[in-house]
Design a protein around this ligand. Structure first.
Ligand code: ADP
Ligand code: TYD
Length: 208
């Protein structure tokens, strides 16, 4: 089963991914966790380029770089993992491109969709949890996190950008209500986690 986590930076995605991994492992499942962009040598190198503040990157170049990182990950990690029958938990996937490059950078949505189809080869999550928090809340969470360093190139994009990104995610939720689950991220970690576990359990095809 393939589960992805989405949300604006600092929303609490990674926290929930770790909590879900623990539960699944306790129940005897093999779980592979990955982050995007990353998880292969090439994708981690592309991540460095994308997040570095040393240079500007045009929106279209940004779209293609995120997509290149993803397609390597799909072929090298995601497809083989799913073929082995393991769980795969992904911190961001293709919806990040729709929300950040499509809605955030305002690239043509049809071109973004085409790019996404090429990069994923049609491999889509069974379920995606969108941890919904506003810009202010996410900023506050990152400020209190001593492990977070200076803002990266994406994080410097400003409030209007992140509001467009959040609206992009909410638009995906309308387009794909079955796969894309909106989770109120303004609650305690444990409450959010319980919601995620019960949402997975309700999908009767997947026994966890
Ligand atoms: P993301 O992966 O979306 O960037 P993180 O999971 O790293 O977000 O969380 C960002 C910060 O917010 C971390 O310091 C984390 O401990 C904290 N955090 C996560 N979930 C919550 C929550 N529900 N309430 C308050 N703080 C949270
Ligand atoms: P990361 O540190 O992994 O995100 P987070 O702060 O949420 O833990 O950084 C990845 C950045 O790249 C993040 O700002 C979202 C952005 N991104 C895109 O713009 N498009 C994409 O397709 C992906 C996967 C990420």
């Amino acid at each position: 089963m393939f589960v992805s986590f989405e949300g604006i930076d600092g929303s609490g995605k990674s926290t929930q991914l770790v909590l879900l991994r623990e539960v699944l492992e306790q129940r005897g499942h093999t779980v592979v966790t990955i982050r995007e962009p990353g998880a292969t040598l090439l994708s981690e190198s592309i991540r460095e380029i994308l997040l570095s503040t040393k240079q500007t990157i045009t929106p279209t170049a940004e779209l293609l770089l995120f997509s290149a990182a993803r397609t390597q990950l799909v072929e090298k990690v995601i497809q083989p993992t799913l073929e082995r029958g393991s769980f795969i938990l992904c911190d961001r996937y293709v919806d990040s491109t729709t929300a950040y490059q499509g809605y955030g950078r305002m690239l043509d949505l049809e071109s973004v969709r085409l790019c996404n189809r090429m990069a994923t080869k049609g491999v889509m999550p069974d379920v995606t949890f969108f941890i919904d928090v506003g810009f202010e809340q996410a900023q506050q969470r990152m400020q209190f996190d001593s492990s977070v360093g200076d803002p990266d190139r994406m994080e410097r994009s400003g409030r209007d950008f992140f509001e467009r990104v959040r609206n992009g995610y909410l638009a995906i939720a309308i387009d794909e209500p079955h796969r894309f689950v909106v989770i109120d991220g303004l609650r305690e970690r444990s409450e959010i986690h319980d919601d995620i576990v019960s949402s997975l359990q309700q999908r009767s095809a997947f026994s966890i």
